[in-house]
Design a protein around this ligand. Structure first.
Ligand code: GAR
Length: 202
């Protein structure tokens, strides 16, 4: 039998990049096999995720609203970066911009996103970062968690791949809940990548 093809992953980030780190670690320790992060695309020129990528010799493309004010130029730049690296799978790991339709269409069922709540609850336009956890606490939820899902044209609406649950404690602040959920994200994101690879026969 021939050698398995190495799956080429582009990771899109905007901030700290702890989910990127979870993927880097899972590939390096062999818990994700036959995959390589071929680039990191950042929507933010000062994201700490950029340093994490550079530390592991992963090429970085910075594509910001500032440099590409016109959405069509930004879209073309993202598509070009993904295509240039012959990307098989796109992972949105704390990517806080909305991907244009042209990119979603070009990579249909090959883009996944990690969201810090149990979708379909607490998703949508205003639900990102700390705001999600504020809403979860305000809604009086006793459970929250993380979701990895395929990206479609809606915001946080695509088919769910995996979820991980954490308790919401009565003493929680949004920051405490965020930290608990983030740990769960780091577990389920590598698992989701493995599941997608299996599902696609990669
Ligand atoms: C993560 O909690 C991720 O789920 C969230 O941003 C954080 C990024 O952390 N994403 C969203 O809210 C998208 N709707 P990281 O940069 O350390 O991976």
């Amino acid at each position: 039998m021939g050698k398995k093809k190495v799956i080429r992953i582009s990771v899109l980030v905007s901030g700290n990049g702890s989910n990127l780190q979870a993927l880097i670690d899972a590939i390096e320790d062999g818990s994700i096999e036959n995959a390589k992060i071929v680039q990191v695309i950042s929507s933010n020129a000062s994201a700490y995720a950029i340093e994490r990528a550079q530390e592991h010799d992963i090429p970085v493309n910075i594509i910001t609203k500032h440099d590409y004010a016109d959405i069509r130029d930004r879209m073309d730049a993202i598509l070009e970066a993904l295509n240039n690296e012959s990307t098989d799978l796109v992972v949105l790991a704390g990517y806080l911009s909305i991907l244009p339709k042209k990119v979603i269409d070009a990579y249909e069922e090959r883009i996944i996103n990690v969201h810090p709540a149990l979708l379909p609850k607490h998703g949508g336009k205003e639900c990102y970062g700390l705001k999600v956890h504020e809403k979860v606490i305000a809604a009086g939820e006793t459970e929250s968690g993380a979701t990895v899902h395929y990206v479609d044209e809606g915001i946080d609406t695509g088919r769910i791949i995996i979820q991980g649950i954490v308790p919401v404690k009565s003493s929680d602040t949004p920051e405490l809940l965020q930290a608990r959920v983030l740990k769960k994200e780091h577990q389920i994101l590598p698992e989701a990548v493995r599941m997608v690879m299996r599902e696609k026969g990669w």
